[in-house]
Design a protein around this ligand. Structure first.
Ligand SMILES: CC(C)(COP(=O)(O)OP(=O)(O)OC[C@H]1O[C@@H](n2cnc3c(N)ncnc32)[C@H](O)[C@@H]1OP(=O)(O)O)[C@@H](O)C(=O)NCCC(=O)NCCS
Length: 190
């Protein structure tokens, strides 16, 4: 179950069946406002990324049946500052809750650092997306800041956690490695 590879997606690799990923309960915090993505939108985004060369969408391919079970998006890459966003989504429910997410995020971070020469990865998480907070921080990312009551998702205002991970090969050793706010404070009783 834990064996997976990343395959760079082309628009024609995106399957219609993946639509159920975006309709599922567990992906409701994937977009800030809770908007559902469509597979057609994913195809367009994959195509645009390939054309611009600053956004790479990888399929997470499990190695037993060679099926794509989710995606990792690296980009947009800002080459002036060496920055990129990294967003992970495990769509196939069979692979959720198995502790796979931190492994995927670690491996995808290495890919961004080594292949795409990213100096600093960053992303944002809604406070109610506890599986995501756990997964990224278990993969060595830090909570660098918190914007309070920032976005409205499902009618509720939520904090927005700014998370990041520095490329150790392209940064000095004295960069901050601690959380500005403890991640556990977002899931005290969960
Ligand atoms: C974020 C994501 C990759 C995490 O994957 P996962 O398989 O759930 O992650 P893990 O198995 O490593 O960990 C799940 C943890 O969250 C907990 N959890 C799961 N659902 C939860 C919920 N609704 N409320 C509270 N905790 C929850 C589990 O108990 C587990 O905690 P534990 O290991 O301490 O027991 C996956 O949920 C996902 O793809 N979500 C949709 C896309 C998304 O939001 N991506 C992040 C964008 S910032």
């Amino acid at each position: 179950m834990g064996d997976f590879e990343f395959v760079l997606l082309k628009p024609e690799d995106v399957e219609d069946e993946w639509q159920e990923w975006y309709e599922a309960e567990h992906t409701k915090y994937y977009t800030r406002g809770g908007r559902k993505i469509s597979v057609e939108e994913l195809r367009i985004s994959v195509q645009k990324g390939l054309e611009s060369g600053d956004m790479f969408t990888y399929g997470i391919q499990e190695q037993q049946n060679k099926r794509v079970i989710g995606t990792v998006k690296i980009g947009p890459i800002d080459s002036v500052h060496g920055l990129a966003d990294l967003a992970v989504l495990i769509g196939d429910k069979q692979f959720l809750g198995k502790g796979l997410a931190p492994l995927i995020i670690s491996k995808a971070s290495e890919l961004a650092f080594k292949k795409h020469q990213v100096r600093k990865l960053h992303s944002g998480i809604l406070e109610r997306n506890i599986p995501s907070i756990k997964a990224y921080t278990r993969a060595g990312w830090i909570v660098e800041g918190v914007l309070r009551n920032h976005y409205v998702n499902d009618g509720l205002t939520q904090d927005w956690l700014i998370i990041s991970r520095f490329n150790p090969a392209l940064n000095s050793k004295d960069i901050p490695t601690g959380h500005s706010v403890p991640p556990e404070s977002f899931y005290p009783n969960k």
